[in-house]
Write a protein that binds this ligand. Structure first.
Ligand SMILES: [Mn+2]
Length: 306
């Protein structure tokens, strides 16, 4: 029976590329390990897998009785529903420490860097294992995605150095060009159902026993949302009611202007003002310089709920 590596629900490129990269490392070290995913892949992730010649990891949602590595989060709400019935061998992550606990000893690599793949590169270096060219390319793209091509405040020198090293292995001369190509794929939202867009990169957080859902869409030009903003707002209101959530937020992030328009529907009308110091008008507010949900949105919200 192999071990599995699995990232969070509604997988992003980091979760998928981490699963692929860590599986190869563990298997090379003699532990048969396979990558898995908890849901459908985004166009951005499909672009990366196609570019470097990977199949989609196995879709597997149940892990009762399995041995698993968790990547790119450490939250019970973001893991498989039956996570409590799995044996967790390790956690590799770059988010705040979540609420996963274990009954057996485990390996933990948690670092405050911009991407899980930066930590996995450290693991390869630690074990002296050579990274195959195609895995290096996928890891590089995941870091460019998570750090918004180095613009996100979550980006560290470790991430930049890691991209340089991985690009060299992958034989890529200009990684930022590949990053822009990837964000162009990500920006193609026309014709996608509104609910698919809202859930494309959506995470639920438990904030002092209140369920808060926060989605994010990162694009090259926010103007592409002009015609669909009313539909997006209507849909997050629906999502709030369906999930019995206290709040649903959607960040429309402009990676060139380096800020986000925040759409909010909440039981607390003053939530955005309390968290970000700027009041919403008709449920919307522009937050200059805000690119990172993890670093700039979740912490101030948690302070309000505390
Ligand atoms: Mn990540």
């Amino acid at each position: 029976m192999p071990n599995y590596v699995v990232g969070h629900k509604i997988p992003d490129s980091d979760s998928i590329c981490s699963a692929i990269a860590l599986s190869y490392l563990k298997t090379t070290l003699g532990e048969e390990t396979v990558p898995a995913r908890l849901g459908e892949l985004t166009p951005e992730t499909l672009f990366i897998l196609d570019k470097f010649g990977f199949e989609q990891p196995e879709l597997k949602t149940s892990y009762a009785g399995e041995n698993i590595y968790i990547v790119d989060h450490s939250e019970r709400t973001q893991g498989p529903d039956d996570i409590d019935e799995a044996t967790i061998l390790g956690i590799i992550d770059h988010h705040k420490l979540g609420d996963i606990t274990t009954s057996t000893p485990l390996e933990i690599w948690v670092r405050p860097v911009g991407c899980t793949n930066t930590i996995i590169k450290m693991m390869y270096d630690f074990h002296g294992v050579e990274i195959p060219k195609n895995i290096a390319g996928a890891m590089m793209c995941a870091i460019l995605s998570d750090t918004v091509i180095f613009k996100s405040p979550t980006c560290t020198t470790a991430d930049i150095k890691c991209v340089e090293a991985l690009a060299k292995i992958a034989g890529i001369d200009n990684p930022t060009d590949v990053g822009m190509e990837m964000f162009k794929v990500k920006s193609a939202v026309d014709g996608t159902p509104v609910r698919d867009l809202v859930l494309r990169d959506f995470k639920d957080f438990n904030m002092n026993d209140n369920l808060v859902g926060i989605g994010q869409l990162e694009v090259i030009d926010l103007a592409i949302f002009d015609d669909m903003k009313a539909d997006l707002e209507a849909d997050i209101a629906k999502l709030k009611a369906e999930g019995n959530r206290h709040t649903v937020m959607l960040l429309l992030t402009d990676i060139m202007k380096e800020g986000s328009e925040l759409l909010v529907i909440s039981d607390n009308e003053n939530l955005a003002e309390a968290a970000f110091g700027k009041a919403t008008t008709d449920g919307k507010v522009w937050l200059d310089g805000v690119l990172s949900r993890k670093k700039q949105v979740v912490p101030p919200l948690q302070d309000v709920f505390a």
